[in-house]
Design a protein around this ligand. Structure first.
Ligand code: KG4
Ligand code: ZN
Length: 340
């Protein structure tokens, strides 16, 4: 089954043709990041406009590279939630138009479910059930993936997402948007014991996270140093911050896996590109004789291929939209597309 999938939830206009949920026939990503860099973050209105301009060309090129015509496809898929509403609407309306004109079924895909599915493209043997740490710019969840389309969130951030915290700490250190990757690179040269940062604690729910205190601690540390005329060692501060975030993610993730009896650890989302998070997850899994998987770097960020992968399983589960499909800025990963 060949699916043309479209993604426009944030600042990448992307499309892909995917076969049977597992094989990438073609995949194109047009990123707007250079423009948003000027403002230090994504400007929603600009994002929507750029998606409108790019989407036709991105889809045409995706089909051209696949050497396929619309008539050779079996279905269409689109990210419909969560994300920037104006950005999502561009993809959703484009896909609805294509579906109406071709008669192809339209599969609605949840953005975080597609991040998890990026792993199916890279690891043919991987199948649910497993425990997944989904860490992106907007979300930080520990998700019990019971089947391809049944999920349960067992831990979540109470405030900032991990990616958001990385980006804000990086920005305070003078790095350009999105700073997570720059902070990660700087951290590779730093001493992670140099700066003492608070270890975030959350009362109540056992596996929840909190990153805003850590972020504020870094911002205060930098401002205090500036006032005293002291130099900050950016590599050391990056390493100390990265360790604090990754420790918090890993501790809850491993504890949840142990308590719930999972022996397969999966990483997903933009922050799964983080070198320390990948290393630590592998080490912790190896120590216990567990398996661990994460997407290749090119599939960690937003792309159309992961949407096409998840779409295959949504289709198999009967999740197909009609022309009433709407985009949604927020949506629980557990919910079927036609429920709130
Ligand atoms: O999943 P994604 O592409 O977009 C959302 O769905 O939000 O995630 C983007 C986030 C950004 O916050 C970015 O800084 C972060 O992923 N990120 C990283 C790394 N690469 C990307 N964070 C830490 N270390 C990295 N290597
Ligand atoms: Zn994403």
């Amino acid at each position: 089954m060949r699916i043309l999938a479209i993604e426009s939830s944030c600042d990448e206009t992307a499309a892909a043709v995917i076969e049977d949920g597992r094989k990438i026939i073609s995949s194109i990503i047009a990123t707007q990041v250079d423009e948003h860099k000027l403002y230090g973050g994504v400007v929603p209105e600009i994002a929507s406009r750029r998606h409108c301009e790019a989407i036709n060309g991105v889809v045409a090129e995706t089909l051209e590279r696949a050497n396929m015509k619309l008539t050779e496809l079996d279905a269409l898929a689109v990210t419909y939630a969560p994300g920037l509403i104006g950005a999502l609407l561009v993809g959703v309306n484009f896909a609805k138009g294509l579906s109406l004109s071709t008669g192809l079924p339209l599969i609605p895909v949840h953005h975080l479910r597609s991040h998890i599915a990026a792993n199916y493209l890279a690891h043919p043997e991987l199948e649910p059930p497993f425990l997944c740490l989904v860490v992106s710019g907007g979300h930080s969840h520990i998700v019990e993936v019971k089947s391809y389309t049944e999920m349960k969130v067992i831990g979540r951030t109470r405030d900032d997402a991990a990616g958001e915290a990385f980006d804000k700490a990086a920005r305070t250190m003078g790095m350009s948007y999105p700073g997570g990757i720059h902070l990660d690179k700087a951290a590779e040269y730093g001493n992670e014991e140099r700066y003492k940062l608070p270890q975030p604690k959350v009362s109540g729910s056992e596996y929840d996270f909190s990153f805003s205190g850590l972020k504020t601690a870094v911002i205060n540390l930098i401002h205090n140093a500036k006032q005293k005329g002291e130099e900050i060692n950016v590599n050391d501060l990056s390493a100390s911050f990265r360790k604090a975030v990754v420790d918090s993610l890993i501790n809850n993730f491993i504890r949840a896996a142990e308590n719930m009896g999972y022996n397969k650890l999966i990483l997903a989302g933009g922050v799964s590109a983080n070198s320390l998070l990948r290393r630590r997850t592998s080490e912790e899994a190896e120590k216990r004789g567990w398996k661990c998987y994460y997407p290749p770097l090119e599939l960690c960020g937003d792309n159309g291929a992961m949407v096409g992968s998840q779409a295959y399983y949504e289709y198999m589960a009967g999740n197909i939209a009609d022309m009433s499909l709407n985009a949604a800025a927020t949506k629980n990963i557990e919910a079927a597309f036609n429920t709130l």
